[in-house]
Structure formats: structure tokens, C-alpha cells
Design a protein around this ligand. Structure first.
Ligand code: G1P
Length: 300
């Protein structure tokens, strides 16, 4: 598409569904929500909040269960800790401690029962204001790198209206873990029009290998659609099915095909890859980790 004259501010509110039990991280998640596990030293939820804030979000609605309020509390200032660090002259640590609360205004929406991703997003509706014509939804298990895809998605909404999702190409044998798009081309190589979307299809029934990557820019109309869907894949109320319903009613839906990197923080294997990837780039820990990894792998 042609470059916009200015970056559209398509949304001011980002929703992060974070009510899951984190079963793949048990036993740790008995006591610590998985969204607070550190990628090097920063919890995954702060990485996702940073991405949302960079794209223009001012508010982060964290949809969570009553016993996971610590995820939102992470974004509260800690004046006593800050004072202690100040007294001790720990300027770099002080900066890290203040970073999260300064990023974005975080608030909680409660999801009392785990009825699916669509249900979780719907739980954020009472927190919205009349100014929220569209909302961003970021799944905290997905890190989409480098940042910037939400801004690109906002440009696409400014051009076509409706809702815009993020897609990435996955091998067909992995496709049934995802929401999958049925698309047609536009005049832009990285933008496709979506004519259907299906949650977790069998590989031979998937309409393409373009999978939903956990970033959504949704027109407010989605909240009405969420009230009209029935339980779908896995017996859950699926966000995919609300998007599919909107498409069937003529609502424009496009995807931006993301060709950068991605990490899946939702399981220990993916989480470790993300942690190693980030640590290798870290000026403090990177060089030593690199040497150790090379040595460790040579004796495996
Ligand atoms: C969810 C969505 C799916 C999407 C995926 C991305 O699935 O339902 O459409 O492709 O996230 O990570 P989940 O991973 O919660 O099973």
C-alpha cells in the first residue's frame, strides 16, 4: 500500500487475555502466573505491554482470573522499593523498576470461568469507553519480532476499515495448533483479504498455511459477534469464530503477513528459546552465555 501521511492512531486500548492456568508450566504456576516468568530479567507481560505502548496503546486491560491479580499488580509503582534503590544509588535498577508502571495504565477485567479466548476478550467489554472504536488484542504467549506489526495493522485498518489480524506462514504439519486464514491477494504483497477463518483445522482441511499469530486489531463490532457464537474447537468460545461470523456478514477483515521472528512463550521449550535468544543479545549476559553454549554443545 502507499505510505500513509501519518501513522493512524487506530486504537488506544489493548486487551491481553491472561487467565489461563498455565498447566504446561506446572508446578511453578501453582504460585507464579506464567505471564510473570522472566525472559532474562523482564516478565513476558512487560514485553507485550511495551509492544502495545509503542503502537500507541494507553490502556492495557489484562483479563485474568481472581487469583492472578499479581499480573496487573506488576504494573503498580512500588514507592518503598524505589526509595531503597535511590538511597543505595542503584540508578539502573531504579530505571528498570519504574519502566513497567510508566509504560501504560494497566487494569484488570475478571474472567471467572475459563470458557475460551473469545469469552476472555468479551470480558474486557465493560472496561471500554465510547472512544474505543477498535481494540488491539495481544496474546501474551506470542512474541512477534521485531515490534511494529501492530502499527502496520493500524495502517491497513485506515485503508480498508474493519478488522486486521497478523498472520505468519507455518509448516502444514503444525497448522492444527492455530486459527487459519482463507485469503485472497491484494495489491500489497504483505496484506491479504480474509474470506474465512477456521480454528485448529486438520492439516488436510486447512484453507492455507497462514496462521493467526496472536495479534489482532478488532473493530468494536467483534463484541457483538462474541455474544452470538457457540462453543467451537475444544468446546470453547473461540475468537476465531467471532471473526469468521463478522466475515460472513460482510465485515472487512485483512491480515498483515508477518515475515519476522516469533517466539511461543506458552510452553517451556518455546520459553527457553526466547530466553536464550534475548540473553544472547544482552550486553551483560550475552558474551559469556555464547561461549558457554558453544562449549556445552560441543560436549553433548
Ligand atoms: C490461540 C488462538 C489461535 C491462534 C493462537 C496463536 O490459540 O485461538 O487462533 O492461532 O492462539 O498463538 P491457543 O494457542 O490459545 O490454542
Amino acid at each position: 500500500m502507499s505510505s500513509p501521511t501519518s501513522t493512524p492512531t487506530a486504537f488506544r486500548t489493548a486487551i491481553v487475555p491472561a487467565a489461563g492456568l498455565g498447566t504446561r508450566f506446572l508446578p511453578t504456576t501453582k504460585a507464579v502466573p506464567k505471564e510473570l516468568l522472566p525472559v532474562v530479567d523482564t516478565p513476558g507481560i512487560e514485553l507485550v505491554a511495551t509492544e502495545a505502548a509503542e503502537a500507541g496503546a494507553q490502556r492495557l486491560i489484562i483479563v485474568t482470573s481472581p487469583d492472578k491479580r499479581a499480573v496487573t499488580e506488576y504494573f503498580q509503582p512500588q514507592p518503598e522499593l524505589e526509595q531503597t534503590l535511590k538511597d543505595r544509588g542503584k540508578a539502573a535498577l531504579l530505571e528498570k523498576v519504574r519502566r513497567g508502571p510508566a509504560l501504560i495504565a494497566a487494569e484488570t477485567a475478571l474472567q471467572e470461568r475459563a470458557l475460551g479466548l473469545g469469552h476472555a476478550v468479551g470480558c474486557a467489554e465493560p472496561n471500554l469507553t465510547d472512544a474505543d472504536d477498535a481494540v488491539a488484542v495481544l496474546l501474551p504467549d506470542d512474541l512477534v519480532l521485531p515490534h511494529g506489526v501492530l502499527t502496520r495493522m493500524a495502517e491497513v485498518r485506515a485503508r480498508y476499515g474493519g478488522s486486521v489480524l497478523c498472520a505468519f506462514d507455518v509448516p502444514r504439519e503444525q497448522i492444527s495448533a492455530y486459527g487459519v486464514f482463507d485469503v485472497t491477494d491484494t495489491d500489497d504483497d504483505d496484506v491479504k483479504r480474509v474470506r474465512g477463518m477456521v480454528e485448529k483445522p486438520a492439516p488436510d482441511e486447512a484453507p492455507s498455511t497462514l496462521a493467526a499469530a496472536g495479534r489482532y486489531l478488532l473493530d468494536r463490532a467483534v463484541f457483538d459477534a462474541l455474544k452470538r457464537i457457540e462453543p467451537g474447537a475444544g468446546g470453547e468460545l473461540q475468537l476465531t469464530d467471532a471473526v469468521a461470523l463478522l466475515i460472513s456478514e460482510g465485515h472487512p477483515v485483512h491480515v498483515v503477513v508477518h515475515r519476522g521472528g516469533r517466539h511461543d512463550l506458552g510452553n517451556p521449550g518455546g520459553f527457553l528459546k526466547a530466553a536464550v535468544d534475548f540473553a544472547l543479545e544482552d550486553p551483560e549476559y550475552g558474551p559469556e552465555l555464547r561461549n558457554w553454549l558453544v562449549e556445552r554443545i560441543s560436549r553433548s
